[in-house]
Design a protein around this ligand. Structure first.
Ligand code: NAP
Length: 252
């Protein structure tokens, strides 16, 4: 990827930060997120990175973000829908408020869809454009204690596939990335302290896959296992995943 103008949502930390650092060597990168200090820190590493504070779960923030970019004559060719939130959610043990539920689902699903539509509308449709959507193995087969995350990401995965078909005769390429365990704040938030890939390694591999023209990247044995559960063990598989994840993340 060279000479592109790229928006990375959630570019202030984790995998998004790694994408921003690597891609800013040969491209103009715009990052957004909620925490300005994090965004500032990443933007300070390269003159090719600029930032906007925007919460992707808030419709007005999203509209304002695209208005600010249009005012600066920024035309994007690449979108990384990377911002995401995860949490353990159990309706009986620890119910969330309705506002919390909307906020989390909007971050992973509605916000990303709204951003995608605005991205498509502002793009130069006669040039090559890329939409890279960060999905998860839990969109293949869910973990019950991550009900909100799995439900919203599964919805986003369906959106990605349907959008790819809608745009099949255009200059937009729609890519779905299903990361394995990558060591960022996200796995720690659900109690997963095991060793994974570094964000840098994963981002480098992902960019290579995208540059090869692939439409999906789902590395690792767990993805194969989850596909097998989906196909052959839809009910027992849920019980197994529930038991394993509770043991791993809740010590039950
Ligand atoms: N790490 C993994 O093992 C893993 C596995 C599967 C899938 N993924 C997916 O990969 C993507 C990146 O994950 P990560 O591991 O890098 O997570 P992370 O370290 O928690 O970073 C998430 C980023 O998203 C931003 N963000 C969260 N909510 C936001 C909101 N409402 N509006 C704007 N920005 C928001 C955060 O910044 P602010 O707090 O400043 O807003 C943060 O920079 C996610 O979509 C995740 O679901 C990760």
């Amino acid at each position: 990827m060279k000479g592109k103008t790229i928006l990375i949502t959630g570019g202030g930390s984790g995998i998004g930060e790694a994408f921003a650092n690597i891609l800013s060597n040969d491209n103009k990168v715009v990052i957004c997120g909620r925490n300005e200090d994090k965004l500032k820190r990443v933007a300070a590493t390269s003159e090719n990175i600029s930032y906007y504070v925007a919460d992707v779960s808030v419709p007005d923030d999203i509209d304002h973000l695209f208005k600010q970019m249009a005012d600066k004559n920024i035309v994007l060719d690449v979108l990384f829908n990377n911002a995401g939130v995860v949490e353990q959610f159990e309706v009986l043990k620890a119910p969330y408020s309705s506002a919390q539920i909307f906020g989390k689902v909007n971050t992973n699903l509605s916000g990303a869809i709204a951003i995608t539509q605005l991205f498509i509308n502002q793009a130069n449709q006669s040039a090559a454009n890329l939409i890279v959507n960060m999905s998860t193995g839990l969109a293949i087969f869910p973990a019950p204690i991550l009900a909100l995350y799995a439900a919203s990401k599964t919805g986003f995965s369906v959106f990605t596939k349907t959008l790819r078909q809608q745009l099949s005769d255009t200059n937009f390429r729609v890519i779905e990335i299903l990361p394995p365990h990558v060591e960022t704040d996200m796995p720690k938030q659900i109690g997963n302290m095991t060793k994974g890939q570094t964000a840098n390694d994963f981002a480098n591999k992902t960019i290579r896959v995208i540059d090869k023209g692939k439409l999906e990247y789902a590395p690792g044995f767990n993805m194969v296992l989850l596909k097998l559960f989906r196909k052959f063990l839809p009910e027992t598989g849920l019980k197994i995943v529930d038991k394993v994840t509770r043991k791993q993340w809740q010590g039950e």
